[in-house]
Design a binder for this molecule. Structure first.
Ligand SMILES: [Fe+2]
Ligand SMILES: [Fe+2]
Length: 201
């Protein structure tokens, strides 16, 4: 099952929720070539981040010891698929491709998620919560970098920000522990490498 989810995430059509695409009601505005390129790159980074989020949630689910914890996290994992879908559509609308390194982001995150899971549920949930918090900060940055009038991309990132913040709360309420500061720093560093790389590839 884990392999199936991985293959769908990378190459197929992942299972999404009933929620509509937030960009659906935003109007497409005229973007200059430079703006379109920048927005496309930012959406590619966000897509790569969502691929990594899938890996993380899968790794977490593989090692979760308590079945009710797995269930609680399932909805969050499904919402990550919405994000994946919205970001990919938007990146393509902006005329760009998704990151060619997605398989690497996915397997890397799944491995990290599973490792965190081996340390116990409270640590793997803490890891999910911290990841989500860092993603919220990252999305805030992207919202300031996106072309002002790219309403479609904005609508997607706004909804994602709201979801990620909710996912962090869910993981904490399920029993996630606060991670040690050096681990948080290391996570920030890893995501920087990923976002810088996905900007180009
Ligand atoms: Fe997400
Ligand atoms: Fe999330």
């Amino acid at each position: 099952m884990g392999v199936d989810v991985g293959m769908r995430t990378l190459f197929g059509q992942p299972k999404i929720t009933e929620r509509p695409n937030p960009a659906q009601h935003a109007t497409e505005t005229d973007l200059s070539e430079t703006e379109r390129q920048l927005a496309g790159r930012l959406m590619r980074i966000n897509h790569a981040g969502e691929v990594a989020a899938q890996g993380l949630y899968q790794g977490q689910a593989l090692t979760a010891r308590l079945p009710h914890i797995r269930q609680q996290m399932e909805r969050a994992a499904l919402e990550e698929n919405d994000h994946l879908d919205w970001c990919e559509k938007r990146a393509r609308e902006l005329g760009t491709h998704v990151s060619i390194l997605n398989p690497l982001w996915y397997t890397g995150s799944a491995a990290i998620g599973a490792l965190a899971g081996l340390a116990g549920d409270k640590w793997s949930l803490g890891f999910v919560a911290e990841t989500e918090k860092q993603v919220v900060k990252h999305l805030e940055e992207h919202l300031t970098q996106l072309p002002e009038h790219d309403d479609k991309s904005r609508a997607i990132l706004e909804q994602m920000k709201e979801d990620e913040s909710h996912h962090a709360t869910v993981a904490l309420e399920a029993g996630g522990a606060e991670l040690p500061e050096p681990v948080k720093k290391l996570m920030g560093l890893t995501s920087k490498i990923m976002t810088r790389t996905a900007f180009w590839w």
